[in-house]
Design a protein around this ligand. Structure first.
Ligand SMILES: CC(C)(COP(=O)(O)OP(=O)(O)OC[C@H]1O[C@@H](n2cnc3c(N)ncnc32)[C@H](O)[C@@H]1OP(=O)(O)O)[C@@H](O)C(=O)NCCC(=O)NCCS
Length: 176
């Protein structure tokens, strides 16, 4: 019921623009991501880390430029990256925006020659519906070394690993 009335506040998809992030988006990205981080749903991001990674971020904005969602590509090797910091404002949940941002992040990955993406997530069903498969996180030692070993939740981590080979997606290659 609450989700339904929130959704009635969501902008129509044809009023939403997806584009690379700019410096002016950084504060709103941090607020959005850290709001979910405070609920334990995502890892927090500092303003500095977002500003330094702006080229890796895709954002969705409404006609007034208000941030509706974001997602980022986090590179681990020339062929491997993570879909990270994916977040959609609550009033736009369930409107297809999360899927659209993931597709844009995939397009960015292909442009950089990356052929494999993974994510650690509490919502694996969302990624599965976008073509990702459950994966063993031990297959991503770069991630474990870089983030997991420093993460306060590493002992009781309940995130699930999913992955997708982009080379197997001709439609995406065409779009890149
Ligand atoms: C998870 C999240 C990014 C999904 O974005 P969204 O815009 O609501 O999702 P979409 O409308 O694009 O949904 C696409 C598909 O995923 C499914 N889906 C969306 N959220 C889901 C969830 N929480 N659980 C299971 N399936 C979900 C939808 O039903 C839809 O399936 P369909 O194509 O079969 O109809 C968004 O809910 C969010 O920002 N959540 C809080 C932060 C978070 O959890 N980030 C992910 C960290 S990895």
């Amino acid at each position: 019921m609450i989700q339904q009335s929130l959704r009635s506040l969501a902008p129509r998809q044809d009023e939403v623009t997806l584009r690379p992030a700019r410096r002016a988006d950084a504060d709103a990205i941090v607020r959005l991501v850290n709001g979910y981080a405070a609920e334990g749903i995502m890892l927090p991001r500092s303003l500095d880390s977002v500003v330094h990674a702006l080229d890796d971020f895709v954002v969705a904005v409404d006609r007034r430029g208000k941030l509706l969602g974001c997602g980022a590509l986090k590179e681990y090797s020339p062929s491997l990256a993570e879909v990270s910091s994916l977040a959609i404002v609550r009033e736009a949940h369930g409107t297809g925006l999360g899927r659209r941002i993931v597709r844009q992040v995939e397009t960015l990955a292909l442009k950089r020659g990356i052929t494999e993406l993974f994510a650690l997530t509490l919502t694996p069903a969302f990624f599965e519906s976008a073509g990702y498969a459950l994966a063993d996180r031990a297959g991503y030692p770069e991630k474990i070394r870089h983030d997991c070993l420093r993460c306060p939740r590493r002992i009781r981590c309940d995130e699930i690993c999913v992955s997708r080979l982009l080379a197997a997606s001709p439609a995406l290659e065409a779009a890149a």
